[in-house]
Design a protein around this ligand. Structure first.
Ligand SMILES: C[S@@+](CC[C@H](N)C(=O)[O-])C[C@H]1O[C@@H](n2cnc3c(N)ncnc32)[C@H](O)[C@@H]1O
Length: 280
């Protein structure tokens, strides 16, 4: 039975009242909450179950406090120095605050060079369920004139990334004939796919999160995203550090997901991440 809309509304208000989730997309909270209520749970139990799900798909990747104001100040000062090594070092430090990008730090120097090789100039990128991955921009081989669109479900994270994009854009301009523009927005990618067309879309380590909420979300997203190529990745070990069978399981799941799609697939395996490049 469909839960009553006034009860869903109350659930959304209760979840967003907690400090941990107050900056989350209300759309996503509504989707998850409605599913929990539809299972026949009481409002109190549905609030608890919704918070648990939100922890599994988002909260657990940000284990500590986020210091967006201080981080942006550090980035601004690094960009003003014009010293690329300093910029990279600050980006690395901040990326360590999100579990997903922290796991990627040891392979950052290899990952984008290897997986984007041979694709020609990359002028438009979509980064879906991006976390702090846009801070990898210094490692991504982009065309001299490039646009980057990033989406996740936290308003404060997207505000921070927009500040970062503005700094990166000024830095690119100062380097002569490079032009960069970036934009971040809150979007629940289970319910909507961005309109923009990209040369490459990143869906990095995100499918397992989406599929916890909606089993069909992964294939739907891969079909609907407007991109010539898509990088889809999976963690090679669990957040707790265990690696047993993960690569094999994710690989089997991925090939089952894209079966019959007729896309060309290239596989890349790194120490901490398994990546597939889909070319449509
Ligand atoms: C495992 S992390 C991956 C982050 C990033 N792609 C990376 O690899 O560094 C999953 C990310 O998905 C985001 N997320 C979860 N559900 C989402 C949804 N329905 N729509 C958009 N983003 C979502 C979370 O906030 C989190 O940042």
């Amino acid at each position: 039975m469909e839960p009553r809309s006034d009860i869903i509304k109350e659930l959304v208000t209760m979840v967003l009242a907690s400090a941990k989730y107050r900056r989350l997309s209300p759309d996503l909270v509504r989707t998850i909450g409605a599913k929990e209520l539809a299972k026949g749970r009481s409002l109190k139990d549905a609030v608890k179950a919704t918070k648990n799900k939100l922890h599994q798909v988002a909260g657990m990747y940000l284990p500590g406090a986020t210091h967006y104001g201080a981080w942006l100040a550090q980035l601004t000062s690094a960009f003003q120095s014009g010293d690329e090594e300093q910029i990279r070092s600050v980006c690395r430090q901040i990326m360590a605050a999100h579990t997903s990008t922290r796991e990627r730090l040891p392979i950052l120097d290899q990952l984008y060079g290897a997986t984007l090789a041979g694709l020609g100039p990359i002028a438009r990128v979509l980064d879906l369920a991006c976390g702090l991955n846009p801070l990898s921009l210094c490692w991504i081989p982009l065309a001299d004139h490039a646009t980057y669109f990033a989406y996740d479900i936290y308003t404060d994270m997207m505000d921070f990334l927009n500040g970062f994009f503005a700094e990166f854009s000024a830095f690119a301009r100062a380097q002569g004939n490079r032009r960069f523009s970036g934009a971040g927005a809150v979007l629940d990618i289970i319910q909507a796919t961005p309109d923009q067309h990209a040369d490459v879309a990143f869906i990095l380590k995100a499918l397992p999160c989406l599929e916890q909420i909606d089993k069909s979300a992964g294939r739907r997203l891969l079909e609907s995203v407007h991109a010539d190529h898509i990088l889809v990745s999976f963690p090679a070990r669990s957040v707790g550090g265990k690696a047993k069978g993960m690569v094999e399981n994710y690989e089997a799941g991925f090939y089952a997901l894209v079966e019959d799609a007729g896309w060309s697939i290239t596989r890349f395996e790194f120490a901490t991440e398994l990546v597939f490049r889909i070319s449509k």
